[in-house]
Design a protein. Structure first.
Ligand code: EPZ
Length: 419
């Protein structure tokens, strides 16, 4: 287990390129199950969760090859439609194989993901939606055992009670090979959902309503192999932007997905940071002085919950008080107690955090608890006087493509060391 050491208060400068989106690459890898031959994905980031998903696809009998950001995934030899607990427990997004397996093989045995640090994160809405398509689903020994009806899944009208990103993706993939039309109401509109839909269209799926909360999918007999470019990771881009805001300086974030980050750009501009799009790039300028700005996390196009910890880090040095309301997950404030170790002044009332800006943070040892919290701790340490360390950075490596190396390339005084 590594730790990361950070010497704070070092302004950043230079340019850094955003990697491909983890939360688009994961459903796209699961989509490989739907076609009988190789799906080629370009701009794939190098991170632990994708290695786990590749292990899962190979466990099922598929072939995976990764080379310089290009993934070739051939599920033509798929023979075992199952996702074992040993793999699923390390990555909840494994539930994304459920819909594709039911659509391709007519059956699936997928371990229930279990909760994680940020919440219970059930998949009840996924299961209810697949049952609406005729699937028979039992729970047996911690596994979802699902079977499609004779003749395959049937199109259905599904109205999600709660906006669910992977629930929408799971259903869209299942519906692409179902008989008849599926309408998904209250569908998630996250850019990664749209990216998945675009890849399915490239594979021959018939989907309309992209970027809206109502998706219409007309099932087809088979999907073809295709090649697809994964969108840039908006959360990594947002994380890099907050790093430049906190450390101060001038940074060019190359390939930042401006439209997908609309709500994040607005809030960071409100906080007094200069953001200037220039073609595909974003020029970030900051003198390190931050205005306190409140926010509420919402499904897209609202402010993303995956940027809440990073934005809270920014608010710890704001000029007054900021109210942050986390509405998506029930326990996504694990970073608060760690930020307090740097001298941050944060009080919690249930889902709401009141962050009173302090003049100076001081470096201290901290412990990462979940993926985005670990990023938030590193960002806050960039603004803290003296040395900080963040342990358990395996959380970071699950979802970021060498974030520490990217920050070092911008001049941050960071190094990785064995714990
Ligand atoms: C996706 O998770 C992302 N992961 C998460 O990113 C992200 O935080 C989340 O969407 C919200 O944007 C991937 O895309 C791989 P949800 P997902 O289903 O799909 C409840 C990261 O850091 N819910 O949209 O699991 C759920 O408990 C990760 O990259 C049910 O109750 O999230 C939550 O409160 C963390 N029943 C809310 O809905 C269900 O069946 C939204 O969850 C499904 C969800």
């Amino acid at each position: 287990m590594d730790k990361i050491l950070i010497e704070g208060r070092q302004p950043l400068s230079g340019e850094v390129r955003v990697s491909g989106a983890k939360n688009a690459a994961l459903p796209l890898m699961a989509a490989a199950i739907l076609c009988g031959g190789p799906l080629i994905l370009n701009n794939v980031p190098r991170l632990r969760d994708l290695v786990t998903m590749a292990s899962l696809l190979r466990h099922m009998g598929g072939r995976t090859e990764f080379e310089n950001g290009r993934a070739e995934l051939d599920m033509g030899t798929l023979h075992s439609p199952e996702a074992p607990y040993e793999l699923v427990k390390t990555m909840r997004a494994s539930a994304l194989v459920l819909g594709p397996l039911l659509a391709r093989c007519g059956r699936a045995r997928v371990s229930l993901p279990g909760g994680c640090a940020i919440g219970a994160r059930p998949i009840d809405l996924h299961l209810k939606a697949l049952e609406a398509m005729g699937a028979v689903i039992d729970l047996d020994g911690g596994y979802v055992v699902a079977r499609a009806p004779k003749g395959g899944l049937r199109g259905a009208h599904v109205n999600f009670d709660t906006v669910t990103v992977t629930g929408t993706e799971n259903l869209m993939m299942a519906a692409s090979l179902a008989r008849g039309r599926t309408v998904i109401s209250n569908a998630a509109r996250e850019p990664e959902v749209t990216d998945t839909a675009r890849a399915l269209l490239a594979m021959g799926a018939e989907i309309s309503g992209l970027e809206t909360d109502e998706l219409v999918i007309d099932g087809v007999g088979a999907l073809r192999c295709a090649s697809y470019q994964v969108m840039p990771d908006r959360i990594e881009a947002g994380t890099l932007i907050v790093a430049a805001a906190l450390a101060g300086g001038r940074v060019v974030v190359k390939g930042s997905p401006h439209q997908a980050l609309d709500a994040v750009y607005d809030k960071i501009r409100e906080a007094g940071v200069g953001l200037k799009p220039e073609g595909e790039d974003l020029i970030v300028t900051s003198d390190g002085r931050i205005k306190s700005v409140g926010l509420v996390t919402r499904p897209y196009p609202g402010f993303p919950t995956d940027m809440q910890a990073q934005f809270m880090a920014l608010m710890t040095v704001g000029d007054s008080a900021a109210i942050i309301n986390e509405t998506i997950f029930e326990n996504r404030f694990m970073h608060v107690s760690e930020l307090r170790r740097l001298g941050a002044d944060i009080t919690l009332e249930g889902h709401v955090a009141v962050v009173r800006g302090v003049r100076r943070l001081s470096g201290a040892p901290m412990m990462a608890t979940d993926l985005r919290a670990s990023a938030g701790l590193i960002l806050a340490a960039l603004a803290a006087k003296g040395q900080s360390e963040v342990s358990r950075v395996y959380h970071l490596d699950r979802g970021y493509d060498k974030l520490d190396e990217k920050l070092i390339s911008l001049g941050a005084r960071i190094r990785r060391a064995p714990a």
